[in-house]
Design a protein around this ligand. Structure first.
Ligand SMILES: [Zn+2]
Length: 166
C-alpha cells in the first residue's frame, strides 16, 4: 500500500523516479501505517506544486499526525459519559443538606476527563458520581431526571404539609 501511494505521489508531478530515488522515499515512508500514507497522498496533492523532498514529506507527516492526535482527543471528549464532552458534570445539591436552597438544584463541577482540564481550575473537581448508570441516559440527563423527581416529591410533601394532611 505504501508503495502504491508513493507511486501515485510521483505520478502527481509526472515523475518517474529511478530505482534508487524511489527506494529512498520508500524506506522512509515504510515506517508509517497505510492510513497515514494515504492521507499524505491527498495532502501532497492538495498542497504541493512540485515533488516534495523526503524532508518535506516528513514535515507533512508530522502535521498529519498531530491532526490525528487532536481528533483522537476530541473523540475522547465526546465519548465521556459524565460530561458528554463539555467538561462539566452536574452535581445535585439537596435542600436537606444545604440551607441556602429550598429546592434541589444543580451546580457544575469539573470533569476528570481531558475536557475538564480546559475549564477554570477554581471550579471544584467532580469526585464521584452521585447516581448509578440507568438505561441509556447520559449522566447529565440522569441528574436532571433525578432532580425533577426529587423536586416533585418535595412539592408533594410541601403540599401535604400545607393542607394539614400530615
Ligand atoms: Zn468528561
Amino acid at each position: 500500500m505504501v508503495e502504491h501511494y508513493l507511486k501515485r505521489i510521483f505520478a502527481l508531478f509526472h515523475r518517474s523516479p529511478n530505482k534508487a530515488t524511489f527506494e529512498e522515499y520508500l524506506n522512509y515512508l515504510e515506517e508509517y501505517d497505510d492510513n497515514l500514507v494515504m492521507k499524505l497522498f491527498y495532502y501532497v496533492r492538495d498542497n504541493h506544486t512540485a515533488m516534495p523532498s523526503v524532508a518535506q514529506l516528513k514535515k507533512n507527516l508530522n502535521t498529519l499526525k498531530s491532526r490525528q492526535t487532536f481528533n483522537a482527543a476530541r473523540q475522547e471528549h465526546e465519548d465521556c459519559y459524565f460530561c458528554v464532552g463539555v467538561g462539566l458534570v452536574p452535581y445535585l445539591l439537596s435542600p436537606k443538606s444545604d440551607a441556602r436552597i429550598t429546592r434541589y438544584t444543580q451546580t457544575m463541577q469539573r470533569c476528570k476527563c481531558s475536557a475538564g482540564q480546559e475549564h477554570d481550575q477554581r471550579i471544584p473537581l467532580h469526585q464521584k458520581p452521585q447516581f448509578e448508570i440507568e438505561g441509556d441516559l447520559s449522566y447529565p440527563i440522569l441528574v436532571q431526571v433525578k432532580m425533577n423527581k426529587f423536586n416533585r416529591k418535595l412539592n408533594a410533601v410541601t403540599a401535604k404539609a400545607q393542607s394539614g394532611a400530615i
